[in-house]
Design a protein around this ligand. Structure first.
Ligand SMILES: C[S@@+](CC[C@H](N)C(=O)[O-])C[C@H]1O[C@@H](n2cnc3c(N)ncnc32)[C@H](O)[C@@H]1O
Length: 292
């Protein structure tokens, strides 16, 4: 059987009570999770002003990764699909708030309220699988990245540590992230080492700018290992989280409304989807008179 947990059982079943305890009591896992979280936090490039930020830990498990966020003075909300993992987090009295939630169904936070997000060994491993017949990985990736983009403050980053199975899978995930509106790319640390090699998707909420340039990866020879040509100087990179409350996109509607053509097109689309739509008449899309 494959050693990749995501190929063995759905996460809420794989991470049962026994596995949650085993996972959390392994000193090797604790150490790896702490190291990966520290690097993810570094790649978030939060402003260097000692202000606590509100961060998300997606697939927080028993809170190992979240602990790094607390140690660095940040507030965090952790979400996970496994009740058993969250129970262990509660027993360990982690400082973050915990949510039982499936990231593939969207995150459900208000727009622009989160200052950054990390995810360690969770997104690609579990989101690209179809565990149930009703699961469509593409729809789940779309719901996940769309909701992640919306809840982040403009300029904020999400850093997702991943182990893609192949190039196609990496491109699939990045594609959905870009379609949701993120800019960014992949940072690869220690690319030449089979043991230490680690990949992070570094995504910035908002259009490409200097702060969305992908930082350099760490390598034995300190050469740049990011997949983005525009890599900047990591030392100088902090992200400015400017606008928590982004204005809603204004739709361009003329004085006469959207127009008859637009309404006819929409009605036709609805018919093609099998909806019952009233027939088109000379009154269709006609502007109503104001009553008063
Ligand atoms: C390898 S563990 C990492 C745990 C955590 N980062 C830590 O430091 O302990 C992956 C976690 O992702 C969670 N997970 C998997 N699929 C998920 C989903 N669809 N929604 C939320 N969490 C999920 C699993 O339950 C598991 O706790």
């Amino acid at each position: 059987m494959s050693s990749r947990p995501e190929l063995q059982a759905p996460p809420e079943i794989f991470y049962n009570d026994a596995e949650a305890r085993k996972y959390t009591s392994s000193s090797r896992i604790t150490e790896i999770q702490a190291k990966l979280s520290e690097r993810a936090l570094e790649l978030l490039a939060l402003p260097n002003d000692d202000m606590p930020r509100l961060l998300l830990d997606i697939g927080c498990g028993s809170g190992l990764s979240g602990e790094t966020l607390s140690e660095n003075g940040h507030h965090w909300i952790g979400l996970d699909i496994s009740q058993s993992m969250l129970n262990v987090a509660l027993e360990r009295e982690v400082e973050g708030d915990l949510l039982l939630s499936d990231m593939g169904q969207g995150l459900g936070f208000r727009d622009g309220v989160i200052d950054g997000a990390i995810s360690i060994s969770a997104v690609q491993q579990w989101l690209c699988n179809a565990d149930k017949s009703c699961h469509n990985p593409r729809l789940r990736l779309k719901a996940f990245f769309g909701s992640l983009y919306r809840c982040l403050a403009r300029g904020a980053r999400a850093v997702l540590q991943v182990y893609p199975e192949n190039i196609a899978q990496r491109e699939l995930i990045l594609g959905f992230a870009m379609r949701a509106g993120f800019a960014g790319g992949v940072v690869v640390d220690f690319p030449h080492s089979s043991k230490s090699r680690k990949e992070y998707l570094v995504l910035t909420c908002g259009p490409p700018s200097i702060s969305t340039a992908v930082p350099n990866g760490k390598g034995e020879d300190e050469e740049s290992c990011s997949d983005d040509e525009s890599s900047g100087d990591e030392e100088n990179q902090t992200v400015s989280i400017s606008d928590r409350h982004r204005p809603r996109k204004k739709q361009k509607i003329g004085k006469k409304g959207r127009g008859r053509e637009w309404v006819l097109k929409k009605k036709e689309q609805m018919r093609r989807k099998g909806n019952v739509v009233p027939p088109d008449t000379k009154y269709t899309a006609r502007k109503r008179k104001d009553r008063f």
